[in-house]
Design a protein around this ligand. Structure first.
Ligand code: COI
Length: 356
């Protein structure tokens, strides 16, 4: 499919951020977006046009039944100003897995990569260069058909936004505080936990707000059945260093198969660390804290990168991890992963995909 373009004249384009140290997360968007419609059983009319509000029927099915999926990936500025995507094919594979679960028509993954590259050829100069900053890419599909009966929509809009971003958490790479949620749950077997559906994030808001009121940055979800097994943080997968081994929840259908998660596991194994993907009881984490076997904890996700956890709170008790500092394994993994993403270190895995 040919991608048509309707671009803003240079004189109508926005100024880029003057001070990249002030970039937050997800509140600024570049001048253009990619769009594509689905109707009559096919994706049609791929185009790049100025970023603008959408015109949508108030009966659009996404507004009533939440039929929507999204992805998150990043473009980095490498030395020599080359623009680099990190494992984009994995994101588009997961985009389709999410679409399938939400009864949304699949997309051509190879075409999506071409479309994102084309959008970056238009607006890629927005990619910041400050370490820790990047151009966040948000592909989204929404059900646009105006209809109030409950069934999969027959019309959709796919769009891709670009957003220059800094750190996801206000703490940056400093350790964050996490509340272990023992009442609300994020996902049960057979639910939406392993896909990027807007509905999952909506369901997490109330519990996250309650934790925020107590001073916690994020929640650590436990399993829905027994409220015992560690799942994920919602914006990140979660890792613990216990007896020098990296332990993370296995992919049993209730947590997101994170691209950063799989990258951390690969890099850690190649550093000679033992990695374990398994059920992890929160009581084992606490017992390991008591004996000193738990030395570090961190989360990993596209938006958050690697985020050290300095405090865990469970059952009204608070536990400092790594004395509230960044632990040495967390730091080493961060340096390696970020080194590959920003081009400061070699990429032995073929994870980087250049835009040019
Ligand atoms: C990401 O890491 O890209 C996410 O989707 C997490 C969050 C911003 C929703």
């Amino acid at each position: 499919m040919e991608i048509s373009k309707r671009l803003l004249p240079q004189s109508h384009r926005q100024e880029h951020a003057a001070d990249e140290t002030k970039l937050g997360f997800g509140d600024k968007f570049t001048d253009h977006m990619f769009k594509m419609d689905y109707y009559d059983r096919a994706w049609r009319n791929p185009r790049i046009e100025p970023t603008a509000p959408l015109s949508l029927s108030p009966a659009a099915m996404v507004l009533h039944y939440c039929q929507t999926v999204f992805e998150g990936l990043k473009c980095y500025r490498h030395p020599g100003d080359r623009l680099a995507l990190f494992r984009p094919k994995d994101n588009f594979r997961r985009f389709n897995q999410s679409a399938e679960r939400m009864a949304i028509p699949l997309v051509d993954e190879e075409f999506m990569l071409q479309a994102v590259k084309e959008l970056l050829r238009v607006d890629g100069d927005w990619t910041p260069s400050l370490p820790g900053s990047s151009l966040y890419i948000r592909p989204t599909i929404i059900a646009t058909e105006p209809h109030l009966g409950v069934r999969p929509a027959r019309e959709y809009l796919l769009y891709v936004l670009l957003s220059p971003v800094g750190a996801y958490y206000k703490e940056g790479f400093a350790p964050i505080k996490i509340y272990v949620e023992d009442f609300f749950t994020r996902a049960a077997q057979g639910g939406l936990g392993s896909v990027k559906a807007g509905a999952s994030y909506a369901a997490s808001l109330l519990a996250t707000e309650k934790a925020a009121q107590k001073g916690f940055t994020q929640l650590l979800w436990l399993d829905a059945q027994e409220h015992r097994y560690v799942e994920e943080v919602g914006s990140m997968n979660m890792f613990f260093v216990i007896n020098g081994k990296i332990v993370t929840a296995d992919l049993t259908g209730t947590i997101l198969p994170g691209v950063t998660r799989s990258s951390v596991l690969k890099v850690a194994a190649d550093m000679g660390l033992t990695v374990e993907e398994r059920r992890l009881d929160i009581n084992e984490v606490l017992a390991a804290k008591e004996t000193g076997a738990l030395t570090e904890a961190f989360g990993a996700g596209t938006a958050a990168v690697i985020s050290p956890v300095g405090t865990l709170s469970y059952n009204e008790r608070q536990f400092a991890i790594a004395d509230g500092q960044v632990g040495p394994i967390t730091q080493k993994l961060y340096d390696e992963l970020v080194g590959i993403q920003y081009g400061g270190r070699p990429d032995p895995y073929g994870w980087i995909e250049f835009v040019d």
